[in-house]
Design a protein around this ligand. Sequence first.
Ligand code: A2P
Length: 347
Amino acid sequence: MKIAVVGATGLVGGVMLQVLEERGFANHEILAAASPRSVGKQIDFAGRKLTVMSVEDAIAQKPQYAIFSAGAGTSRQYAPQFAATGCTVVDNSSCWRMHDDVPLVVPEINMSAVRPEHRIIANPNCSTIQMVLAISRLHWQYRIRRIVVATYQSITGTGIKAVRQLEAEEAYASSHQVASAQLRQSMEQSMGEAYQPAYPNQIYRNLFPHGGDFLPDGYTTEEQKLVDETRKILADPTIGVSATVVRVPVVGGHSEAVNLEFYNEYELAEARQLIADTPGVIVYDDPGRNHYPTPIMAHHRDEVFVGRIRRDNTQPCSLNLWVVADNLRKGAATNAIQILEQLTMKQ
Ligand code: A2P
């Protein structure tokens, strides 16, 4: 089998290659594609070297499957071109997620949305994947009326440029006597054009309630994804979702404080069991021993971790959770490759 990885030189692309190797795809022919800047570069895969090719060359080789993580613009341009050759595309960008004829899939929830004629399958946003997986069985049992979520998102979700920003800020802070509050200004003055941050704010010893672009209603595009994608994956357009996305100086994974209101009463022990019984979810919740999930614990893991499961005492039928996962793995690469596994099994 021939599988193209578009965006193979990126952060998610690198993890995709790793997960392909771990999950038994090492002996398949892997076509590593990226932008013209990277063509000819060598990258490691399963003990061998892959030479990066252009996306056009990858299309010409007619792979059976293509997994994309190269931004929405690249997916918009090239996913239909792969599909036109009969290839099935699993796309990690936001480009196709809300199209009516494109399934948006978390395999443990709604693989059944994929039909044989689908040539593009969308992988949800990282924050959405971990949240919906943690709450899916609760929705099926008690029906969710409303979700209020605040995320604490790793900088790796923004790509290599964001990781470089944090590393540059850390290095500058350790080699210069400068207060945190003056760091950005000092870097701009001393580095000039060489200082090219990914964010409009300093991320070192800081955080900001801003992911993506602001919309006219005051929410951001990252917050809107949590609204739209949750409704589509859980197949319930009536679920209310109120989201605040926060970027934090963390690399291991995304964390989420989730408040749920159900239509129906629930038993806490049963709710906890429903979460624990969800494939791919681990309940780690023993506050007496300081056991609750953290991004360091979730880093390099494929599971979604849930803790701090407790009743919201301020109103009936309401529950609070803390949900953590590695955004590059279950939030991106692992979920995409689980979709690929299911597709190849169906053949
Ligand atoms: P390249 O490394 O050649 O720029 P990240 O999100 O970590 O920054 O990674 C983005 C990925 O998407 C990289 O592999 C990048 O390749 C790839 N990419 C960006 N723009 C394009 C494009 N126009 N065509 C193909 N791949 C692209």
